[in-house]
Write a protein that binds this ligand. Structure first.
Ligand code: PGA
Length: 267
């Protein structure tokens, strides 16, 4: 009943020329493919060119972050309305590479830098609400670090991120949302989380949503897996009962990303 979503996260990669060439290939490869949604979440500087290149096809456009205020004196920030204006459907919010105390941020950074740079759960919640208000679909990320997994607190960490990230949203809003479960230790490492374990955590996320917001929200929300997903493992990921697609980093930079969408569509 939920349409899977395979979303590419290009991160800080691609020139306009390379990005346009890639989406032209993807667009052609996915012509006529139904049964799964596909999206590419590209750097701000590429949005307009990629939007133009995607026109008339089936692949949706997304951004990788946004600011929560609608407009004003926020030098360097991009609002949800601006993303909507450039034809974005999706926006990634709270990726671990933007959550200050996780992921790729160097340990040598001071607390001041981390606080200034990082998305915490409250910031994620503000951004999710602002994205929805502007008509965008957030892809809200959550996931535990290796240290948290080793301490056996994965489920609590993820439940905390979900509870805080969804605060004050309605069931109808959450039903239309995308959540990406991305174990931080699996991102960009080639160490894919065992799909059965990913499915277990994702089923747990759905149970948290059910407890907080009821059946319509829990049955509607799409929950992706992310972390070293690739053409080699997508079939096993998509074979899981609760996984509604994938958020794909490195493997989204190649034309074979289209194969991942086709596997999801064939489920
Ligand atoms: P990866 O990245 O597929 O390169 O591990 C996934 C992500 O960070 O969204």
């Amino acid at each position: 009943m939920r349409t899977p979503l395979i979303a590419g996260n290009w991160k800080m990669n691609m020139t306009i020329a390379d990005g346009v060439a890639l989406v032209e290939e993807l667009k052609a490869a996915l012509r006529g493919v139904t049964g799964a949604d596909a999206a590419v979440c590209v750097p701000f500087t590429l949005l307009k060119s990629i939007a133009d290149a995607l026109a008339g096809g089936t692949i949706a456009l997304g951004a990788q972050d946004m600011f929560w205020e609608p407009k004003g004196a926020y030098t360097g920030q991009i609002s949800a309305a601006m993303l909507h204006d450039v034809c974005c459907t999706y926006v990634i919010i709270g990726h671990s590479e933007r959550r200050g105390r996780f992921g790729s941020i160097p340990e040598s950074w001071s607390d001041e830098l981390l606080d200034a740079f990082g998305d915490n759960d409250a910031v994620v919640n503000r951004k999710v609400k602002a994205a929805l208000a502007a008509g965008l679909t957030p892809i809200m990320c959550c996931g535990e670090t290796l240290a948290e997994r080793e301490r056996g607190i994965t489920d609590e960490v993820v439940a905390g991120q979900i509870t805080a990230g969804l605060a004050a949203l309605t069931a109808a809003q959450v039903a239309g949302l995308v959540i990406a479960y991305e174990p931080v230790w699996a991102i960009g490492t080639g160490k894919v989380c065992d799909p059965a374990e990913g499915n277990r955590v994702i089923a747990g996320i759905r149970a948290v949503v059910r407890r907080l917001l009821g059946d319509a929200a829990a049955d509607g929300v799409r929950i992706q897996y992310g972390g070293s997903a690739s053409p080699d493992n997508i079939a096993e990921i998509m074979a899981q009962s609760d996984i509604d697609g994938a958020l794909v980093g490195g493997a989204a930079l190649k034309p074979s990303f289209a194969e991942m969408v086709k596997v999801a569509a064939a489920r």
